[in-house]
Design a protein around this ligand. Structure first.
Ligand code: GUN
Length: 282
């Protein structure tokens, strides 16, 4: 069997086009154009690329974009003062502080300082709490993209066994919560899981979010399963996911490639969250 490839790049482009249409309509109606502020502290090369991509995507859909590139020696007090200003800025509906910050900055204090209703990353404990208790709130971008990708296959999530490999705060845990909300039976695997292969084999839906190239091999995949690979493992030979894509494609029903699967959905969901935050503000 050969799996159908889930084209995250095309899906993200379609979502961005829909968002642009809505932003254009808001502008034409004289409404408040959604605004996103992205804050980068330091010169981490990968973070610089991510921030540039977010800025471009924001402008491409006609949103208001502000990017604050602060020197690595910026103090936590200075960063918190900027967040305080953005929290009350009426032109800004979403605030994102690129992670990881330099070591002298306490990331959780920074996230805590962001107004939860402008927390387009969905990282604030208020939003995490809302997610876990089924209340409306801003949901972390990559997990939200994962659910879109699964739904795009037409495979019903309700009643299925979903195996999530990874328990990070930004992907594994929120993905598991979202799948639970969709009425899947969720198995969360992590570094201490015994018999990982046996667990993964139960999954009608498999979400790999570990950060280890090829940790999920073809023999672990249930025939016909939906496989979403959130891994982003950079090697000298290029970018790879957590799933052995070539071999797993022979077993899975649907599978995302890396690159071009879950990655492009993250920025599309960031724009979606900014739009939602702006709508809620109004
Ligand atoms: N660094 C890598 N991914 C992310 C993300 O989704 N949000 C933030 N704020 N920083 C990141």
């Amino acid at each position: 069997m050969s799996a159908q490839i889930i084209d995250g790049k095309a899906m993200a482009a379609q979502l961005r086009a829909q968002i642009k249409t809505r932003v254009d309509a808001i502008r034409e109606a004289g409404g408040c154009v959604p605004g996103l502020a992205v804050v980068l502290v330091g010169e981490d090369p990968a973070s610089q690329i991510y921030v540039r991509n977010k800025e471009r995507a924001c402008k491409a859909v006609g949103m208001h974009s502000e990017v604050y590139r602060l020197p690595a020696q910026t103090s936590q007090v200075e960063l918190l003062a900027l967040i305080d200003r953005l929290n009350v800025d009426p032109a800004i509906h979403g605030i994102l502080v690129q992670s990881p910050p330099p070591k002298h900055i306490d990331e959780s204090a920074v996230i805590r300082a962001i107004n939860p209703d402008k927390d387009v990353d969905g990282f604030h404990v208020i939003n995490v709490g809302r997610l876990c208790t089924g209340q409306p709130g801003l949901v972390s971008c990559t997990p939200k993209g994962v659910i879109h990708l699964i739904k795009s296959t037409g495979v019903e999530i309700c009643g299925k066994v979903a195996v999530v490999i990874g328990r990070s705060n930004i992907v594994g845990k929120p993905v598991a919560q979202l799948l639970l909300q969709e009425n899947a039976t969720v198995i969360q695997c992590h570094s201490r899981t015994k018999n990982l292969a046996d667990m993964v084999r139960l999954g009608d839906i498999v979400v790999a979010a570990v950060g280890k190239k090829n940790i999920i091999t073809a023999d672990m995949i249930k025939p016909g399963a939906v496989v979403i690979d959130v891994g982003m493992n950079r090697t000298e030979d290029g970018l790879f996911g957590d799933v052995d894509f070539e071999a797993a494609s022979e077993v899975a029903g649907y599978i995302t490639p890396v690159p071009g699967g879950a990655g492009p959905m993250t920025i599309a969901m960031l724009l979606q969250n900014t739009l939602e935050a702006a709508a809620r503000h109004v």
